[in-house]
Design a protein around this ligand. Structure first.
Ligand code: NDP
Length: 475
């Protein structure tokens, strides 16, 4: 069985205390690797390495840093098959999806920030004859990046790419459930020519090594993606030490279907926004709100499409959905389906675990629930969507805004004015009109309300990972 190691100061190292955690393959339900359960001793080594590397990396010319990150992007592309296989075995997602989306997008993250840093510039304000002010944007130093299990390498790279591009040294922790692609990334950074100590990858439990990274006095900024409950702990811990903190958290995203939409397109894309990656994408639309006059037609078409979905072996190209990430998560998803029934919901499709081995769950569609019930308020993060009717635009907006979350929203309409009006009224950091999951990395990314603070993406992320300093010269 494979035993993976931490990546510290450019070397693969066993955890100092020799403790390991089993890593279970969701597709089979069996242990397939062991990962370090890192402790503060490992963190001290990583911090020391990062501190030594910081002057080297931050003083390297932007051009050279950019070339190293471009090379890393190349290497991810060259290793696409190996990385995708690991991502799929580790997470349970279909291999075709890891190949088509996760790994290419991870490479795109590095390529994007390799280019962005070349074009990044700070501002100057000139008061003619009186003074000149300019803002110096310097790297922060050592930063901590913590990522979740749902899009393992993609979200890991989304955190570390801007931090590295800006000249920071990073201590990063992937989820203990999906550590394998981050593990493989270590050697690629070395091959790309990244100096030792610039990127350090520690594996282990969130409450242990994750919390220790956030608490360590040497990490000057924390970029975190994960659940809202964990984000609260991370936010409180980091802000007690006045650290910069960016939190990309959970969602309960509405998918609003107006009667004047292109119904065929709305059904097709809603299938994707409901069930891609087993519904384990923070941006999946889990509450489908449908205008009353087309409710029955939408429902019929949507359920018809559900019946075509195959839930099965992640390695099988015919599988539309693979396995959920863990048995605990599968039980959580199922408990919400049971709760929905208690709350008066009717399961129109799915609602059952499938296959004897592995953590497979049917795509599940529920109707008849009140907007305020727990099923419609809490993040389930699985292949479960609810359908409900609305009579007016105002009602749709009110229901859309009725949760504590505000991550993303999808609006289906062919009325241009309504598209803008509803977009502006919905409290959500990301709005998609007649599309879903289309991303331009130059745009700020993140949620409102309990879905997070700070906006990553584009120059916002480079700014986050820098310390602005104003220099004023009197003329
Ligand atoms: P968690 O919040 O459980 O974990 C996220 C990461 O934080 C993991 O690496 C975890 O480690 C670590 N962690 C756990 N506790 C602590 C702690 N006290 N201090 C520091 N780190 C800690 O989220 P999940 O991994 O379950 O991911 C799913 C969640 O992520 C969903 O809510 C989803 O909506 C959200 N998400 C948000 C996105 C966004 O962009 N807004 C994108 C993707 C997901 P370990 O796994 O080892 O416990």
């Amino acid at each position: 069985m494979q035993k993976i190691q931490n990546f510290i100061n450019g070397e693969y190292l066993d955890p100092i205390k020799g403790q390991y955690i089993d890593n279970v393959e969701p597709g089979t339900g069996k242990v397939f690797a062991q990962i370090p359960n890192s402790t503060e001793e490992d963190l001290e080594n990583a911090v020391e390495a990062a501190k030594v590397a910081f002057p080297v990396w931050s003083n390297m010319s932007v051009d050279k840093r950019s070339k190293i990150l471009h090379k890393l992007a190349d290497l991810i592309e060259e290793n696409l098959d190996d990385l995708a296989l690991m991502e799929s075995r580790d997470n349970g997602k279909p291999l075709w999806l890891a190949k088509a989306v996760d790994i290419p997008r991870a490479s795109t993250n590095f390529r994007f920030y390799a280019s962005a840093i070349i074009n990044f510039s700070s501002e100057a304000q000139v008061s003619e004859g009186f003074m000149v002010n300019y803002t110096r944007l310097a790297p922060i130093g050592v930063v901590g990046c913590i990522s979740p299990w749902n899009l393992p390498l993609y979200l890991f790279s989304w955190k570390i790419a801007p931090a590295l591009a800006m000249g920071n040294c990073v201590i990063a922790k992937p989820s203990e459930l999906t550590p394998m692609t981050a593990f493989l990334l270590g050697k690629l950074t070395k091959e790309a020519g990244m100096p030792d100590g610039v990127l350090n990858i520690l594996h282990g439990e969130g409450k242990g090594i994750g919390q220790a990274i956030v608490e360590h006095e040497a990490t000057n900024a924390i970029s975190f993606t994960g659940g809202t409950a964990t984000g609260k702990i991370v936010g409180v811990t980091a802000s007690q030490q006045f650290k910069k903190v960016s939190l990309e958290l959970g969602g309960k995203n509405p998918n609003i279907i107006f009667a004047d939409c292109d119904l065929e397109e709305a059904v097709k894309t809603s299938m994707k926004s409901s069930f891609t990656n087993q519904g384990e994408i923070c941006l999946c639309g889990s509450r489908i709100l449908i205008e009353e006059s087309i409710y029955d037609e939408f429902k019929e078409r949507f359920l018809g499409e559900c019946s075509k979905l195959v839930v099965g072996d992640p390695m099988d190209p015919k599988s539309n959905l693979g396995a959920l990430v863990s048995e605990a998560h599968l039980n959580k998803v199922d408990s919400y389906v049971q709760l929905a029934k208690e709350e008066g919901g009717v399961v129109l499709y799915g609602g059952e675990r499938v296959h004897k081995e592995g953590f497979y769950y049917q795509p599940t569609v529920i109707e008849g629930l009140d907007e305020n019930c727990r099923t419609n308020q809490e993040e389930i993060f699985g292949p479960v969507v609810t359908l409900s009717k609305f009579k007016s635009e105002d009602e749709a907006i009110n229901v859309a805004n009725s949760t504590r979350y505000g991550l993303s929203c999808t609006i289906w309409t062919s009325n241009l004015k309504r598209a803008h009006r509803v977009s502006h009224a919905v409290q959500s950091g990301i709005i998609w009109v007649n599309c879903w999951l289309v991303r331009d990395l130059r745009t700020p990314f993140g949620g409102m309300k309990d879905s997070g603070i700070g906006r990553e993406g584009g120059n916002a992320a480079l700014k986050f990972f820098s310390e602005p300093q104003n220099v004023c010269i009197k003329l």
